[in-house]
Each structure stands twice: as C-alpha cells, then as structure tokens.
Design a protein around this ligand. Structure first.
Ligand code: SAH
Ligand code: SF4
Ligand code: F3S
Length: 432
C-alpha cells in the first residue's frame, strides 16, 4: 500500500504534508508514489487567493475517473481550504467521491479517520480551533538538507485581506525547550539547515522567552548548520532580533519582511500597523547593523481603492528598500475578510497592468543585484540535482540559487563555487 500527497500553499503546508506522510507510514502505507499508483491520495490545500483554490478544485476534479476505475482508492482532502468556513460543504457536494475531509486543526486525527472510513461511506471531521501545540504527528521529512520547524501556529493579526486567521485559528507558541530539543535532534541526524516557521515569528512567546531569545538558543546548538526563519512581521521586527542575527554566523543575513504595499494609506486599510516610513526605518536598522543583509518581501497590487499614485509608491519601494527578490500578488477578495466588503475593488485590466510593471521592477532589481556576484566565490548548501539542467543546485547564504556541475552526488554538502554567470536569482558557476 502506497500513498501520494498533493501539496498547495506555503512552507507551513509543506511541513504539514511531511507530518501527514509520517502518519500514513505509521499506519502501514509504505512509500510515496505518483497519484495514479497510490492507494490513498491526500490533498493538502491552500485558500490564500482564488487561484490557489481553483488549482485545488481542478486537481481534485481530475481524479473522478481514477476513483471510478480503482476500487478501494481513498481520497482525502485537508488543509486550509477544507478548514475555510462553509468550504467542506462545497467540496462534499462538488466532489461526491471524496472519502475524507479534515481541517488544519486535526491532522493528528488522520489515522483514525482512515480507520473510520472502513465502515463509513464518508468521514468529515473539522475542529473550530485548537490551542494545543503538540500533536505527536511524526514527520517524515522530504526537504533534506533543510528541516522545517514550527514555532508558532495561527495568527492574530487580521490583516484585512487575509484568510489565514480564519483557517489557522488563534496564535499559539510551542514550548521553547521542545523546539530547541527538536532542532538539536535534527542537527544530530545530519540536517544542515533549520527554518523556523510561523505566520509571524516575531510575536513568538513562551513565558519569558521571546523570539530573539529562542533564536539565540537554537543558534547556540553545536555543529555546522544554517538557521533561517519566516515570516517576520515588520511591526514586530526589533533591534534585539538584529543583535541576535549579528551575534551568530549561523543565522543567515537574509530577512523575509513582507511589506505588502509602499503606501501608508493602503497599509492602514490593510491593518498592517506600520507606515512606509516605519518599514523603511526597519530596513535601515538591519542594513546599518548588517550591511550585507538581503531583504525579500511580499507585495500586493490593487488592494481596494489603490490609486495609480499609491501603486507608484509600491513600485518605488522596490528600489528604495532594495529587495533582492519579491513575491508579487494581485489582491484576491476572500469571503469573510474585511477587505472583501470594501468599496473600490480594482478592475482586472488595471491589476494586470500594475502587476506586470511591478514584476518588471522586481526583476530589474534582482538582476542588478545578482550581476555583482559574477566572478565571486560563494558557498552553497547543495539541495538537489536538477534533471533538466543536468546540474546540482544549492542556495548561497543570501538566498540566491547556485547551479554547478559535479561528478559526485553532493546533496547535503556545503560546496564552494565560482560564479561565472547570473540570471535573475540564479547563479551559474564552477565547483572549486
Ligand atoms: N504571515 C505572512 C504571510 C502569509 S500569506 C505575513 O504576514 O507576511 C503570504 C502572502 O500572501 C502575504 O504576505 C500576502 O502578500 C499574500 N496574500 C495574502 N492574502 C492575500 C489576498 N487576499 N490577495 C492577494 N495576496 C494575498
Ligand atoms: Fe495574514 Fe497578516 Fe496574519 Fe500574515 S500577519 S498571516 S498576512 S493576517
Ligand atoms: Fe499557507 Fe495557504 Fe494556508 S498560504 S497558511 S496554506 S491558506
């Protein structure tokens, strides 16, 4: 008996799919295979934007025929879309062939839901919220040499465009001791990079331990490894955090600091709780203390009522904050969020034009910054072999992807390479 997991969405979901894999293995599923060959297919869905949902709908719908042909095949749908208010009902009606629906709060229950499916036609189990932070789901990790480690779950920020607080529940922090122990064990097992995960890592708190303190403790674990964290909410990004980043070489000088918009009026409507000037002050603080630090970001165009001039402020932020790369999105109204009810939704043609110009500005900045790498020596942590290019790939400490040829398999090794060519965030070169 084998399994397939189809994952949509963010790192949080990627890691939760590793937990789902762990649970499936614990109940006798042997290995991960392509969906056509699997005995159980689990969809781990995302609902952050409409296209993420359509993607999931399309993928699930495509299985109708397979389900009819293959007796005993179990199809389970979990993740943020399943948890979205009212969506389980939609899934149930639209796809009568789904066997199990579960939410973001009860992944740990999956084994018992599979057991129940043996005697019930269809199993649906959703929890409204859950405050426990340990679920005992044994992760079957697939991202070596990186290991994802949750530090917080949920979000309390209620940015007006965002569905996450509704599908992930209230913010809660895991115990610092448990996190540090998990990281220690991962390093001992041979992982070379740890990424601490939370919707807003900066609001982590366990008693007296806040995020800078936790980061300091994890960085103090012995061994050669890289330490990253995401995501940082600009309103909580602090001088103390910068001091800890500066103190430890292991902590990458790479900060994902979503700005969302360059306009203070739009930021206010988004309920982000910082202005353009405050955002730029945080960037300046980081660069003053760690001049080589790089910042990546998320940007949204066409939030309701955004004018051409305000969009221009997002465009100019790209250069001013000197982002090394950015995820760029067109605002997508999400039912139940405050912004979905706002007047002044922006027409599609305007959004298309804005996103095209923003992507061009980001690419131009990325290109300009990457070109400086040509001729330099960098150290990458080799992650994988790219079949298409016939090259190994790995990230340098500031987030760019380095590609190089190698006779031997060097996945999981730190490799020094000389950069000969840059293309966007990708650097090509020779192993030294
Ligand atoms: N917790 C993280 C982000 C989680 S969602 C943070 O606060 O930064 C990832 C990104 O998706 C967000 O940063 C935002 O840029 C984008 N996003 C969220 N909701 C969106 C929506 N309704 N439309 C378009 N983009 C959205
Ligand atoms: Fe969404 Fe804002 Fe929470 Fe990030 S901080 S998950 S954007 S509500
Ligand atoms: Fe992540 Fe999508 Fe859920 S971005 S938290 S998987 S809505």
């Amino acid at each position: 008996m084998n399994y397939a997991i189809v994952t949509f969405g963010c790192q949080m979901n990627l890691h939760e799919s590793e937990k789902i894999a762990g649970i499936l293995r614990s109940v006798g599923y042997e290995k991960e295979v392509a969906p056509e060959e699997a005995d159980i297919i689990v969809f781990n869905t995302c609902c952050i934007r409409e296209n993420a949902e359509n993607h999931a709908f399309g993928n699930i719908g495509a299985l109708k025929k397979l389900k009819r042909q293959k007796k005993g095949l179990i199809i389970a749908v979990g993740g943020c879309m399943a948890q979205e208010p009212g969506k389980a009902q939609v899934l149930k009606e639209k796809f009568p062939f789904i066997d199990i629906i579960f939410g973001t709060h009860n992944i740990f229950e999956l084994a018992s839901l599979i057991e129940r499916k043996k005697s019930e036609k269809r199993v649906i189990s959703l929890y409204e919220d859950r405050l426990e932070t340990e679920d005992g789901a044994p992760a079957c990790r697939t991202s070596y040499p990186n290991a994802w480690v949750n530090i917080t779950y949920g979000c309390n920020n209620f940015c007006t465009y965002c569905i996450v607080p509704y599908v992930r529940g209230r913010e809660r922090s895991r115990s610092a001791d448990v996190i540090v122990e998990e990281c220690r064990a991962l390093i001992a097992e041979g992982y070379k990079e740890i990424t601490l995960l939370g919707q807003n890592v900066n609001s982590y708190r366990d008693g007296d331990v806040d995020f800078p303190e936790l980061l300091d403790r994890v960085a103090a674990i012995e061994g050669k490894f890289r330490l990253r964290f995401m995501t940082s909410h600009p309103k909580d990004f602090s001088e103390r955090l910068v001091a800890v980043m500066k103190k430890h070489d292991k902590i990458l000088n790479l900060l994902h600091l979503p700005a969302q918009s360059g306009s203070s009026r739009i930021l206010k409507l988004m309920n982000r709780r910082y202005t353009r000037e405050e955002y730029l002050a945080k960037v300046a603080l980081l660069k003053r203390e760690i001049p080589e630090a790089e910042i990546t970001t998320d940007l949204i165009v066409s939030f309701p009522t955004e004018t051409e001039e305000e969009f221009g402020e997002t465009l100019s932020l790209v250069r001013e904050a000197d982002f090394s790369s950015a995820f760029t999105f067109v605002y997508s109204p999400r039912t139940g969020t405050a912004a979905a009810k706002m007047e002044g939704q922006i027409p599609e043609e305007v959004s298309k034009d804005r996103i095209t110009r923003l992507v061009a500005a980001v690419n131009e900045n990325t290109r300009r910054k990457s070109e400086k790498y040509v001729g330099r020596e960098i150290e990458v942590l080799c992650e994988d072999f790219d079949e298409k290019r016939g090259l190994y790939l790995g990230r340098e400490p500031l987030g760019r992807m380095g590609y190089f040829a190698s006779e031997n398999n060097c996945v999981g090794e730190f490799v020094r390479m000389k950069v000969t060519r840059a293309n966007g965030v990708s650097l090509y070169g020779e192993k030294i």
